[in-house]
Ligand binder design. Structure first.
Ligand SMILES: [Zn+2]
Length: 266
């Protein structure tokens, strides 16, 4: 799948090809590589110097066939508070291992505060702005899908230290003991200050598998991803969790299966 974004001036041409445009200020649309219009779109992308983000979409059966599934955010709303100068960070995180140059090393020690509860449907698992590896949902959804499988939660506060009645954050405390099997040629950068290695997020094909078996219901990767000042870890759930999520119609995230650990190379 290609996610194309270009200037709003190109919207008529995109609509003339029969694509549905999802945004107002610029033109954003999706096209599959096996779509008969793809060659024409590829030509226009070049001509317009449009942004083309590639990703692979997986059917539910492919997701359920994987032992682990990476969760990729698609829904974002609300801001952590107090947001001026990122002040919330000093409350929410232990910053003793944090590197300002690359963004790696924050560790959550207290609940988030938000300006308001996001207006999400009851089955949405989403993120609040400025968080790339934390997921939030209705408390009822957590109780139905995640709690029975051993995934805890943090409360989420409103500005005035009042816990929201029906809104929680998934508590992802474990970092995977196993590294991911990252291809040696994967684009990465090493921070000159803290020496942390950050991998560029990639989108095609399966997500890389763990090198060793991992049994926790949800873990963060050992590896950092991102570029510039942003750093995040991949959030990876076990198959049972992904299955329960799909069974309950949880959306707001993309389900990205990890490649099987043992693969016959043909
Ligand atoms: Zn650093």
């Amino acid at each position: 799948m290609h996610v194309i974004s270009t200037s709003k001036d190109n919207r008529p041409a995109v609509e003339a090809l029969g694509f549905e445009v999802k945004t107002e200020i610029f033109t954003l649309f999706e096209v599959a590589e096996d779509d008969e219009r793809w060659p024409e779109v590829a030509r226009l992308v070049k001509e317009w110097k449009a942004q083309d983000i590639q990703r692979t979409d997986f059917a539910h059966e492919e997701v359920l066939a994987a032992e682990h599934v990476c969760l990729v955010q698609e829904a974002k709303a609300s801001f952590p508070q107090p947001k001026n100068n990122f002040e919330y960070r000093r409350i929410v995180y232990d910053l003793s291992g944090y590197c300002q140059a690359c963004g790696a090393g924050m560790r959550q020690i207290a609940p988030f505060r938000v300006d308001r509860r996001p207006r999400w449907g009851p089955s949405v698992l989403g993120q609040i702005h400025w968080t790339d590896d934390e997921f939030f949902c209705a408390k009822k959804l957590w109780g139905r899908v995640f709690e029975p499988l051993g995934v805890g939660c943090w409360p989420v506060f409103r500005k005035q230290d009042i816990a929201l009645a029906d809104f929680v954050q998934l508590r992802i405390e474990q970092t995977s003991a196993s590294p991911l099997r990252i291809p040696e040629n994967a684009p990465a950068s090493r921070c000159p200050h803290c020496r942390a290695v950050k991998l560029q997020p990639w989108r095609r094909g399966h997500f890389p598998p763990f090198a060793e078996p991992v049994s926790a219901p949800v873990v963060r990767s050992r590896e950092w991803f991102g570029s510039g000042y942003a750093a995040f870890k991949a959030v990876i759930v076990a198959r049972e969790v992904a299955a329960a999520m799909l069974e309950h119609g949880v959306y707001g995230v993309r389900y990205w299966p990890l490649r099987p650990m043992l693969r016959v190379i043909t």
